[in-house]
Design a protein. Structure first.
Length: 693
């Protein structure tokens, strides 16, 4: 009897202990975000605005000697920028207070190279102030881009510059209210004006800025800030290794604290990392960061922006989307239109969460705790979660939608305050009584959205197949996203044959060749057609079954390339640089050292007023030209230097480089590669083109 009582007491105390162990929250798994990183992560989507003297010189990076008198944006209106960002669903704006040229958009006490000496508002203007006020009015947060590299400042490269840099940071982080993020670009050191020295100044990115003390200053002035830094010291957020707008499908919000960073780590994070450093995906709504009129028809369309969305926010990153400001001080109407339509499309995508009235049942639920029931994963509240017993790293949740429902997207979120855990998961739909896998993926993190072809089912099974520790899922959503037709791409080969293609299967293309907007009444495209010489081609893709059309694709072609020849080089692959196919490349490996000449005979005389160069689209490749000269000649004897300079940001953003110069008659053109981004002796070309009057 006594023994039984003893056993009874021991057994019930074991039970109490077991259920106690199961009802407490799981212990954090690895590094976790700070409160500032958490707030930043929840913003998801915010803007960059690029505006500086480059806006007036058609450059990507200023050299530091550009004339301040150029800065006179007669219609400048930060309220327009803020209104557009707000209406597009963004949560903040980061302004380029100072880009690499050193020109300051605020009247800094520490330099004359600022708006205070510009004609804009008779030197009384302060663009950062106007931005701060507009953000406040529209309920947006304000962020600051302050380039560490300053190609104007005489002291750049010397210790004195660090005092200047910190003085500027102090101005910006003291006088404009709360700043949510500060952005330090990775381009650091090189040639520049430097107060008239006109020389190359190299610095050691890891030591020169004494980031430790610079960060201490920042955090003292703005305790709620997050620091983005690609300039030699990891901050609170990381770059994703590309400016094209996507982070790895596998994306851990972790890095190692050792400071060791290579491209894979930036792009995918590090599963075993010991520091929380989430990914920010930065990209521009146009190919380049600053405004170039030549890109007015190259604004990203809604399907392209939706792709960005899935490839950034949908992959555990944030999306930092840039608007280049025009010389008049406004965002271009096309950029506005696309951003607003994109915002609307995102709203529509998430308008109905199909799990709204569903029931959830899990294979394992941690104890009987209130906060961890299966239903917590579908209650739409990111502060509650479903979790399992500690030993479980494989668990599933069946969501009963109640009736057959069509869907094509699944969104999942981990409760990252307890760390990032999930390594792999699947989504299945119950079709005709059988579970059919519709998607599988790796990491989740703060948010993961996966796309799959539409499926109709009553039940969905969400299974974590591998996890670092017991999964902690705060939210699952199932959606039926409206589908978009992709913008068609239009290419022309050297013989003048135009081809229209798309990633979608089976739409009908309609096109025009006179610059007018194509409709379903325009010419139907059935096979490649001949349209040589100067012509503007516009095309849409149309799906008659749903009555929907894609955005318009536009391509402006210049003179015929039929008679073009590369002078003095008989290599077979040379013609790939005129073939209109951006994935074929010719690497010119001369026996001599740089400079390497490319001479093209255009076959006829033309008034040439510019050229275009597209580098190898494989960013790992050598031969991406960074410094060039461009000569023209009527007779191949007398050459005239038409243009020279740098393709500034070509390494991180290998888009078409377009250069205009004073028009002159020529039959021969010569592109001289002076340097490439690797510093070796190869010049590579995906495409080369000329611009004629
Ligand atoms: C780059 C810069 O060099 C570009 O000019 C731009 O500001 C972009 C956001 O970062 O690396």
């Amino acid at each position: 009897m006594k023994n039984r009582l003893l056993w009874g007491i021991m057994f019930s105390s074991l039970l109490i202990r077991a259920s106690y162990a199961q009802t407490t929250a799981p212990a954090p798994c690895g590094p976790v975000p700070t409160e500032n990183q958490m707030k930043w992560q929840e913003m998801e989507y915010y803007a960059f605005v690029h505006f500086s003297l480059n806006t007036y010189t058609d450059q990507s990076w200023g050299y530091g000697n550009e004339d301040i008198k150029l800065f006179n944006p007669d219609k400048a209106d930060c309220r327009q920028w803020a209104r557009i960002c707000k209406d597009a669903g963004m949560k903040g704006i980061i302004i380029t207070a100072k880009h690499h040229c050193g020109f300051c958009l605020w009247p800094s006490k520490y330099t004359e190279y600022s708006v205070k000496n510009a004609p804009w508002k008779d030197g009384k203007g302060d663009m950062v102030r106007e931005m701060a006020d507009a953000c406040k009015e529209y309920g947006l947060k304000l962020g600051i881009y302050l380039s560490p590299w300053d190609r104007n400042h005489p002291d750049y490269g010397k210790p004195e510059y660090i005092t200047y840099f910190r003085n500027q940071l102090t101005e910006l982080l003291t006088n404009y209210g709360e700043i949510f993020e500060v952005w330090f670009d990775g381009a650091n050191g090189g040639d520049g004006y430097y107060g008239g020295a006109n020389e190359t100044r190299k610095i050691d990115r890891t030591t020169y800025y004494d980031w430790k003390n610079t960060y201490a200053l920042i955090r003292k002035l703005q305790p709620n800030i997050v620091i983005w830094n690609d300039g030699g010291d990891r901050g609170d957020l990381r770059w994703v290794g590309t400016e094209e707008g996507f982070v790895g499908e596998t994306n851990w919000s972790l890095l190692n604290d050792t400071g060791e960073v290579h491209w894979n780590m930036l792009h995918y994070g590090l599963e075993t990392g010991n520091a929380w450093v989430p990914a920010e995906v930065n990209t521009s709504i146009r190919p380049e960061w600053f405004y170039h009129p030549g890109e007015d028809t190259k604004v990203k369309t809604v399907p392209q922006l939706m792709d960005l969305y899935y490839n950034s926010i949908g992959r555990n990153g944030s999306l930092l989307l840039n608007f280049p400001i025009m010389p008049n001080g406004l965002i271009h109407p096309t950029d506005e239109k696309m951003a607003l339509e994109f915002g609307k499309a995102v709203k529509e995508l998430f308008a109905v969460n199909l799990v709204g009235k569903a029931k959830a049942e899990a294979s394992n639920v941690r104890g009987n705790a209130k906060r961890s029931g299966a239903a917590k994963a579908i209650d739409g509240n990111i502060d509650t979660y479903w979790t399992t017993n500690d030993s479980i790293t494989n668990a599933s949740l069946i969501i009963d939608l109640g009736s057959p429902t069509l869907f094509n997207r699944c969104m999942a979120q981990e409760y990252i305050r307890l760390g990032q855990r999930v390594k792999a998961f699947t989504v299945e739909a119950l079709v005709n009584g059988n579970w059919k896998e519709v998607a599988n993926a790796t990491t989740i993190g703060y948010k993961r959205i996966i796309r799959f072809p539409s499926v109709k089912a009553t039940k969905v099974r969400f299974t974590i197949t591998d996890s670092k520790s017991c999964p902690v899922i705060s939210n699952i959503g199932i959606y039926n996203a409206p589908l978009f037709l992709n913008t068609p791409s239009i290419t022309r080969n050297q013989s003048g044959i135009v081809t229209i293609t798309t990633n979608d299967i089976g739409p009908i293309f309609y096109y025009t060749t006179d610059g007018s907007e194509p409709t379903t009444k325009s010419t139907v495209y059935s096979v490649p057609f001949y349209a040589d010489g100067k012509v503007e081609i516009k095309a849409i893709a149309h799906d008659p079954a749903v009555g929907k059309s894609s955005p318009i694709g536009t391509e402006k072609f210049d003179i015929s390339k039929k008679d073009w020849k590369i002078v003095g080089n008989n290599e077979e692959k040379t013609s790939t640089i005129f073939d209109g196919n951006i994935s074929t490349v010719w690497h010119h490996r001369s026996d001599k050292k740089m400079p390497i000449d490319l001479v093209i005979d255009l076959g006829n005389h033309y008034i040439v007023s510019g050229f275009k160069y597209l580098p190898d689209q494989n960013k790992w490749s050598s031969g991406i030209i960074s410094n060039y000269q461009f000569y023209i000649s009527a007779d191949k004897i007398k050459w005239k230097l038409a243009d020279e300079g740098e393709f500034s940001n070509i390494k991180n953003n290998p888009v078409w480089q377009i250069r205009n110069f004073s028009p002159a008659m020529a039959r021969y053109v010569k592109l001289i590669a002076l340097k490439n981004t690797w510093g070796d002796d190869v010049a590579g070309y995906a495409e080369v083109d000329v611009i004629t009057e």
